[in-house]
Design a protein around this ligand. Structure first.
Ligand code: NAG
Ligand code: NAG
Ligand code: NAG
Ligand code: NAG
Ligand code: NAG
Length: 150
């Protein structure tokens, strides 16, 4: 009996640690690079590096030296006429950056913007493999729990 309780506690703790872990985002900074993006873990240093990148073409990026709140962003500029992507940025930002409210320095006409800021692992490429990964992990844990409790 106590053995089962112990195993449950360990499992729950393990799952808790997994979810409390830092945020991971899809990462790329150019339209061509975003065809095969990498990933990055959110931290003060990765978010600061991305802030520098965003500052290179936005005028009002707030200075945030560090934060405990991070978000994944997918910020895409494209020509509405032909939908060719001019600029694409995916990565980790400080929540306080409010990446979708940033103003472009270069106000050349004819650009449209799509922007997404979200707070779960790999949420920035509008939901591809992250959901299924969690579903698999979730069902494995459910099966384990069912076995332990039976
Ligand atoms: C950020 O750091 C710089 C220098 O490291 C400092 O001058 C500035 O006050 C800091 N800003 C905030 C909001 O902490
Ligand atoms: C990141 O910055 C925040 C705010 O300055 C600070 O509280 C936190 O400890 C920093 N995190 C790391 C890992 O340095
Ligand atoms: C798309 O349209 C914009 C504005 O009309 C133009 O500057 C750009 O060269 C076009 N891109 C392509 C790939 O046709
Ligand atoms: C991020 O900021 C928004 C509004 O500024 C807030 O609603 C949200 O709870 C914040 N997220 C986190 C993880 O702190
Ligand atoms: C980012 O968002 C844009 C616009 O919604 C989308 O076309 C693009 O596929 C997204 N990027 C990735 C890597 O999913």
């Amino acid at each position: 009996m106590w053995k089962k309780v112990l195993i449950c506690v360990v499992l729950v703790a393990f799952v808790g640690v997994q979810f409390a872990n830092s945020l991971t985002c899809t990462k790329c900074t150019t339209p061509s690079g975003c065809k095969s993006p990498s990933s990055e873990t959110c931290s003060n240093s990765t978010a600061n590096a991305n802030r520098v990148h965003l500052e290179s073409y936005h005028s009002n990026v707030p200075t945030v030296n560090g934060s405990l709140n991070f978000a994944c962003a997918n910020l895409t500029y494209y020509h509405a006429a032909n939908y060719s992507h001019t600029s694409e940025f995916l990565g980790c930002v400080f929540n306080e950056t409010k990446v979708c409210d940033l103003t472009l320095t270069n106000t050349a006409s004819g650009w449209s913007k799509k922007c997404l800021q979200c707070g779960t692992d790999y949420c920035n490429p509008a939901g591809t493999f992250s959901g299924s990964a969690y579903t698999i992990v979730g069902s494995v844990i459910a099966v384990l729990l069912a076995k332990v409790l039976s």
